[in-house]
Design a protein around this ligand. Structure first.
Ligand code: ZN
Length: 79
């Protein structure tokens, strides 16, 4: 199944990092519901542009997603 790109809105309001706002330092890889917000429909990790995270938290989100994949909590690829 081909991944269909969704049309992007012309003006993307600048998002602030959700983890900085809530002062979350470490991201739990067992929190699947939260991590699912940062993967797209085929299971790829969202870019910083899409997720709106700061560099530090984007790195820890991607690390948490990779850990969750190894623990079989998240899929490597959705088909
Ligand atoms: Zn942050």
């Amino acid at each position: 199944m081909a991944y269909q790109r969704q049309p992007q809105p012309q003006f993307i309001s600048k998002k602030t990092c959700r983890f900085c706002e809530q002062r979350i330092e470490e991201i739990d890889y067992k929190d699947v519901k939260m991590l699912q917000k940062y993967v797209n429909s085929i299971g790829k990790i969202d870019q910083r542009k899409r997720s709106g995270n700061c560099p530090k938290h984007q790195r820890s989100v991607s690390l948490a997603i990779k850990r969750a994949r190894i623990m079989a909590l998240l899929p490597f690829v959705n088909r």
